[in-house]
Write a protein that binds this ligand. Structure first.
Ligand SMILES: Nc1ncnc2c1ncn2[C@@H]1O[C@H](COP(=O)(O)OP(=O)(O)O)[C@@H](O)[C@H]1O
Ligand SMILES: [Mg+2]
Length: 251
């Protein structure tokens, strides 16, 4: 993202944001509510338009300028190609409720990636094994716990073989006792895959364990951008210290 500016009406949400994430990096995005974290992910997911600046995914511009200098989305073919590289898991489990777990994982790979039913099924089973849910392939989302749903959502995103995965507070709608199983899956994924990961989280211990880099955002600006060892033990900015202090105090 280069000098990305985004407002909702009078509210400036991203203020000339510069953020580059190299391939395979595991980046934790932290910051107070309303600081623009979800907006960044939604822009990268091409769900949200920017007012100005550039958004490049794997070198490809998501927005282009027309002859009058206005931002327009990239052509639909290019947009599809860009989108196929990015997967996202949201706070709210958004599984297809009328499909079994297995079908949730195979429908898009068959339709979009044109995989055969057998190949899609094989891949889905391998992913469900990874997230510990092989015994749930015939269940419907309503029959699963929140933690199980979120693990299916992660597996479903991975089934599209994205190069980049975006995670937006994927544990914040869960009962506390279910948070651990989802964080564990993310930790395993961060350790063993070369997928680039942007992870918005309030779990600072988790961020410290899995991230290569932590970006602290406040009011649409990057306040501090450092290795986890620095940001959590010797943050340079007073604003970062205050934020981390308030999170620790709330626990
Ligand atoms: N669709 C929208 N319309 C108006 N305001 C919005 C919209 N989406 C987000 N906002 C506002 O933009 C700011 C940043 O939101 P968001 O990126 O969701 O922050 P975060 O994820 O860091 O909590 C917030 O003040 C939020 O209320
Ligand atoms: Mg958010």
């Amino acid at each position: 993202m280069r000098r990305v500016r985004k407002s909702y009406g009078d509210l400036l949400v991203l203020d000339d944001l510069d953020l580059q994430v190299p391939p395979s990096q595991k980046l934790a995005l932290i910051g107070p509510s309303g600081s623009g974290k979800s907006t960044i992910l939604r822009i990268l997911m091409t769900l949200e338009r920017v007012d100005s600046g550039q958004v490049l995914i794997d070198g490809q511009a998501v927005w282009e300028r027309d002859h009058r200098g206005r931002q327009v989305p990239a052509g639909s073919r290019r947009l599809r190609e860009i989108r196929s590289k990015v997967g996202m898991v949201f706070q709210q489990f958004n599984l297809f409720p009328h499909m079994t777990v297995l079908k949730n994982l195979t429908v898009a790979p068959m339709r979009v990636l044109r995989l055969s039913r057998d190949t899609a099924r094989e891949r889905a089973l391998a992913l469900l094994e990874k997230v510990g849910l092989l015994d749930k392939i015939d269940s419907y989302p309503a029959q699963l716990s929140g933690g199980q749903k979120q693990r299916v959502a992660i597996a479903r995103a991975l089934a599209m073989q994205p190069r980049i995965m975006l995670f937006d507070e994927v544990t914040s709608a869960l009962d506390p006792e279910l948070v651990g199983e989802v964080l564990q899956v993310l930790e395993m994924l961060a350790q063993e895959s070369d997928i680039t990961m942007l992870i918005v989280t309030h779990h600072m211990g988790f961020a410290q364990d899995i991230a290569d880099r932590v970006v602290f955002l406040d009011r649409g600006r990057i306040v501090e951008d450092a290795a986890p060892g620095i940001i959590f033990s010797q943050p340079r900015k007073a604003r970062t210290r205050k934020f981390l202090g308030s999170i620790l105090a709330a626990r």
